[in-house]
Design a protein around this ligand. Sequence first.
Ligand SMILES: Cc1cc2nc3c(=O)[nH]c(=O)nc-3n(C[C@H](O)[C@H](O)[C@H](O)COP(=O)(O)O)c2cc1C
Length: 314
Amino acid sequence: MLRATALRNRVWRSATWLGLADSQGQVTDPVISTYQALAEGGVAMIVTGLTSISAIDATIGGECRFFDDTFIPGHRRLTDAVHRCGASILLQTAMVDGMVDELSTSQVDAVVHAFGAAACRAERAGYDGVQIHAAHFFYLSKFISPLFNHRTDCYAGAAILPAILSAMRATTSPNFLITMKINSTDEYPGGLDQNRFLEACHLMQGLDAIEVSANGTSRRGIRAGVNEGPFLPAAARLASEVDTPVVLVGGLRSVEYINHVLADTSIAYIGLSRPLVCEPNLVLRWQQGDTTPSRCISCNGCYSTAGHRCVRQH
Ligand SMILES: Cc1cc2nc3c(=O)[nH]c(=O)nc-3n(C[C@H](O)[C@H](O)[C@H](O)COP(=O)(O)O)c2cc1C
């Protein structure tokens, strides 16, 4: 249970950009059918692919956008379809790129305000909540990285994150979920390291969940029972320090390993991306007793297919 949202199990679909929106960034039927298949396949929570909340943002190609009210009807169709299948859904609010040091304080205030407005719009579109995307070197993860942020004003360090959280809380109702995905390390010398990651998370009092990732996002060569869960140490450490539910994502492939994570650490949920690209019904398959590990071989072929489908035949 997260606030008023009951989750049917502990598996989240981690945000996965589909590239299926139209040229304006509007939700299309293929976007809806992809998420509906995931909801039918048993996951408890779906986080949408990154969705830009700024009209002047860069684009990564075919991602959904959400910077004014014209986007609400399409997202409402999406949330209704997912809810009908018993899953919950968070909008991953993001900016792809932008300046950090060069912005005046009031220009950063405007960015913060835009995230707040997007959360309000997401609630009106039927989302159970949002996920603030502060990972994978998209804009907010750069903004909190010492490699990019040399500011000395009120937005030094990771201060933009609690400002966004406050702006979102101010525009949404008390049961609306506000979560965050964050790098546990930038994996660059002088970048965000584990201490700064923990400090940033401690700033986010009142968040409903923190999903722990890192740069080097979708690691190749993950094998069940061999090298699963590369970000487990950072996520387990965070979960031991905060009351906020922690979601571990990255390289989780087998029921045995997932059960170990959930039983032996304080991590509350696990996130899957490529295993659900490979098999949208993986959770149902496991629940029905076929507990063979995910068939995903972490080849990352999905990144280069239309709709980010699996390149292998099953
Ligand atoms: C095709 C594709 C698109 C992705 N898009 C996003 C995204 O929009 N936002 C995000 O936070 N992570 C995105 N990711 C990263 C995943 O959410 C996840 O963190 C990563 O793939 C590791 O988990 P896995 O081993 O279960 O795939 C994407 C991954 C893939 C394969």
